[in-house]
Write a protein that binds this ligand. Structure first.
Ligand SMILES: Nc1c(/N=C/[C@H](O)[C@H](O)[C@H](O)COP(=O)(O)O)[nH]c(=O)[nH]c1=O
Ligand SMILES: Nc1c(N[C@@H]2O[C@H](COP(=O)(O)O)[C@@H](O)[C@H]2O)[nH]c(=O)[nH]c1=O
Ligand SMILES: [Zn+2]
Length: 362
């Protein structure tokens, strides 16, 4: 096996932490001694051990004079956990292969420097692109302190999310809907507008076949607090629900929700909810990744603000037409093609009868 092979193994091990480590990155580590893998590790939860710690502990005395492959520069600061660079030095690791440096100002090359000053051979950049592709959420949230936004829509071939009569269940098939639940399970928050709550009474929980998968925090944009008191999202207690309202909602209306299980009403100091204020608030509340499931009006407001980092589009082989049938993005719309949100198509794949397109704004 070559350096790249061991690093790809570390990258795959890192994926065990996807959706669990925010606001920390997912990280994988593999310890190799005399051509044998003697330790592996992944960071699984912020505040808990780092990937290197698990891998070095598994290697035990074999860590001495070993090579460790780690997808992110070993940390050098005392955060919630002690510095990994010191651990590698203490265990007399001979060589450290790092896929990519850590942009966290607390690290940012200091980990590599500490290792080299201790006489350890450090190589940087092996499989850098694949390692960086693990952590778009970490890089974005570290830099901007607002959530990395994934906008998801599910439409017919002619771009509709429901028929003229409002029927929408279901446009996409089981495979696509399962895929959506996988996304829900790795996101900190899922956001819909109150119109979706009124139309679908959604549960917005993660329902995977084997019953696993954590539930994201359910976030409802609801300027004048029209969420029905009997809605699933405020009664089922399956996940926290945050309702974000404007400053026109009066005190007694706010009090209606105070004894609902896991429900918080967050009041912004503005009449209408601007996307930027919502994202700033959610960032302050520790939401690093946000899954926006619409509907059309909400998607329209995120598009207008260009507050989108990734777009997931599911297209079903159905045609329903209808001038008044809603499309996936409503709102006032962008007037000129020149101002369109230009995206790069990252992948196109078939999921059952549907097509899934992943794209990212340029
Ligand atoms: N109508 C469709 C979707 N519709 C998604 C809606 O916006 C809303 O999120 C769902 O109704 C949520 O329901 P729950 O959380 O599962 O109870 N989304 C899809 O991927 N395919 C479709 O056909
Ligand atoms: N998860 C991870 C690292 N994460 C780095 O450490 C920071 C979190 O430190 P702490 O608060 O102590 O958990 C995080 O922001 C990132 O810069 N570093 C590593 O060496 N290995 C790991 O597995
Ligand atoms: Zn560390």
């Amino acid at each position: 096996m070559r350096d790249q092979d061991y690093m790809n193994l570390a990258i795959n091990v890192a994926k065990a932490g996807l959706g669990q480590t925010n606001p920390n990155p997912v990280v994988g580590a593999v310890v190799v001694k005399d051509g044998r893998v003697v330790g592996i590790g992944a960071h699984l939860k912020a505040g808990e051990a780092h990937a290197e710690v698990y891998a070095i502990h598994m290697a035990r005395e074999k860590a001495e004079n070993a090579t460790i492959y780690v997808t992110l520069e070993p940390c050098s600061h005392h955060g919630k956990t002690p510095p990994c660079a010191d651990l590698l030095i203490k265990n007399k690791v001979k060589r450290v292969v790092v896929a990519t440096t850590d942009p966290n100002p607390l690290v940012a090359g200091k980990g590599i420097k500490k290792l080299r000053e201790a006489g350890i051979e450090v190589e940087v950049g092996i499989c850098k692109a694949s390692a960086d592709a693990l952590n778009p959420v970490f890089y974005h949230y570290l830099d901007k302190k607002i959530p990395y936004v994934t906008l998801k829509s599910a439409t017919t071939l002619d771009g509709k999310i429901a028929t003229v009569t409002g029927e929408s269940k279901w446009i996409t098939g089981d495979a696509a809907r399962l895929d959506v639940h996988l996304y829900r399970s790795i996101h900190d928050g899922i956001l819909v507008g109150v119109n979706t709550v009124l139309a679908d009474d959604p549960s917005l929980t993660t329902r995977l076949p084997d019953g696993t998968g954590k539930n994201p925090i359910r976030i409802i944009l609801d300027t004048s607090l029209r969420t029905p008191l009997e809605a699933k999202v405020v009664n089922d207690g399956n996940a926290p629900t945050w309702i974000i309202v404007g400053n026109q909602v009066n005190r007694e209306k706010l009090n209606d929700f105070q004894d609902k299980p896991g429900v918080r009403v967050l009041q912004l100091n503005e009449q209408t909810l601007s996307v930027n204020s919502v994202l700033t608030l959610l960032g302050q509340e520790g939401i690093a990744s946000l899954f926006v499931e619409g509907g059309a009006e909400i998607n329209g407001s995120f598009l207008k603000e260009k507050a989108i980092n990734q777009v997931i589009t599911y297209i079903a082989p159905k045609l329903i037409g209808g001038k008044l049938a809603p499309t996936s993005i409503g709102g006032s719309g962008i007037e000129t093609l020149g101002e369109a949100l230009q995206v790069v198509i990252k992948s196109v794949e078939q999921l059952g009868d549907d097509v899934k397109i992943v794209s990212e704004p340029i």
